[in-house]
Design a binder for this molecule. Structure first.
Ligand code: CTP
Length: 405
């Protein structure tokens, strides 16, 4: 259940920091992406090099590191995770968290996060038992933070008692339990979603094809947003240079017919979103070997229509998804054409966007869309494709929950 999840691991300064190196490996074995913040004191116990070598990612250490802020600010660092784990959590860091301090990268990320936080305290038995630490632990628990341990036993300082960081398998079990609860709380938990994205390629011969300029950015952003909202998401995509979205199962196809077969294989599902720019036609007879010039006149290529995936899903008599959403890419009479397209294909919603040259929609990072539903047309402000994806996901969640207007 941890596969595809993202964890921000904060390693504070305690002898138990060595266990965090093992934790990184065990999490990665389970398909988790682990990003690490190492505090100044943490770096006295484990080196940044070992942390980055194990996590395969840059280690974040300094709040005021301008490079970090340019390519990964502390806010993004704390938000782009499903869970924040502090292991080991020292008495000092717990005190900062309880007091709402933000004077280094770890405490700032913890204050800025909107994600659940799990901490594994580790310290001397007297430090743990001190009323100040107990007060802080109670405050953190009341703030909704999950505390795991500490366990009792021999402590590194030579004393015996409660203060050891829990062992890695116990920490992983607690992380699974906490993430499980998080997933259950997500708005699309328990729903299955299917998204098409990118262009299709229709072969002319073994070396040539017909295709279009679709970048896949909007479709991939939608798949990422649905998965982040808890939907079990399958993305069926033509060739793009977009990275696979985290937590999404990706099926790579080339032709429209392959896309249709992959979509049908992904049924039944609750939500289908067709954002792919499917080639309308394919070559009637693909040449089995490379077509040669041979000094003659250029070939004339007979074409046949491709299956319409959106219409097929919308009109399926068996396994029709509860909500089918199409896109309308138009260069003129946007709303009029999109309205007709919605009626013709019988999908529930259409996201209409203007793709005429000069709009920058094809291949760009922004989109201006209009949502066509039974209730009418909504004009959404121009925004990033990621923001369009989140807004669409929120609308879908409200629709399926029956709480939309
Ligand atoms: N679509 C599809 N399969 C096709 C063609 C289109 O699933 N063979 C889907 C697209 O993913 C999109 C919607 O249909 O969600 C509309 O695509 P668009 O290219 O705007 O429309 P067309 O069906 O190609 O109609 P036209 O060429 O007349 O504009």
């Amino acid at each position: 259940m941890l596969a595809g999840k993202r964890i921000l691991l904060i390693i504070a300064g305690g002898i138990a920091a060595y266990k965090s190196l093992d934790l990184i490996r065990r999490l990665m074995d389970r398909g988790v992406t682990v990003r690490c913040i190492l505090t100044k004191a943490g770096a006295e116990f484990v080196t940044p090099l070992s942390v980055s070598a194990l996590s395969g990612e840059k280690v974040y250490q300094d709040l005021f590191d301008l490079t970090d802020e340019a390519d990964m600010g502390h806010i993004r660092l704390s938000r782009e995770a499903d869970l924040v784990v502090v292991a080991p959590a020292t008495a000092d860091l717990m005190a900062k968290m309880a007091g709402g301090h933000a004077n280094d990268l770890a405490s700032t990320a913890l204050l800025a996060t909107d994600k659940p936080v799990l901490i594994a305290p580790a310290m001397n038995v007297e430090m743990w038992g001190h009323p100040a630490t107990q007060r802080n632990a109670a405050t953190l628990a009341a703030d909704g933070i999950t505390l795991v341990g500490p366990a009792a036993g021999d402590l590194a300082c030579g004393e015996v008692g409660q203060g050891r960081m829990v062992e890695v398998p116990d920490l992983i079990a607690a992380i699974e339990e906490r993430l499980g609860r998080t997933i259950k709380d997500l708005p699309l938990a328990g729903k299955k979603a299917l998204v098409t994205s990118g262009p299709t390629r229709e072969a002319i011969d073994p070396v040539r094809y017909l295709s279009n300029h679709s970048s896949g950015k909007q479709g991939h952003a939608i798949a990422a947003a649905l998965a982040a909202a808890g939907a079990e998401t399958t993305l069926v995509t033509g060739p793009t240079s977009e990275p696979d979205p985290l937590g999404v199962s990706v099926v790579n196809i080339e032709s429209a017919r392959e896309m249709l077969a992959a979509c049908e294989a992904a049924l039944p599902c609750d939500i289908a979103i067709c954002a792919a720019a499917v080639a309308d036609w394919r070559i009637a007879e693909e040449a089995g070997s490379k077509m040669k010039k041979n000094g003659g006149s250029p070939p004339s290529l007979a074409m046949v229509e491709n299956p319409d995936i959106l219409a097929t899903l919308s009109q399926a008599s068996k396994n029709r998804p509860a909500l089918v959403v199409g896109f309308a890419a138009e260069t003129n009479d946007l709303i009029d054409n999109a309205t007709k397209k919605r009626a013709r294909k019988q999908c529930d919603w259409i996201v209409a966007n203007d793709v005429s040259s000069g709009t920058g929609t094809f291949g760009g990072d922004e989109n201006t869309v209009h949502l066509l539903t039974d209730e009418g047309v909504e004009d959404w402000p121009r925004s990033s494709k990621a923001a369009v994806a989140s807004q669409l996901t929120a609308r879908i969640a409200a629709k399926l929950a029956g709480t939309d207007a």
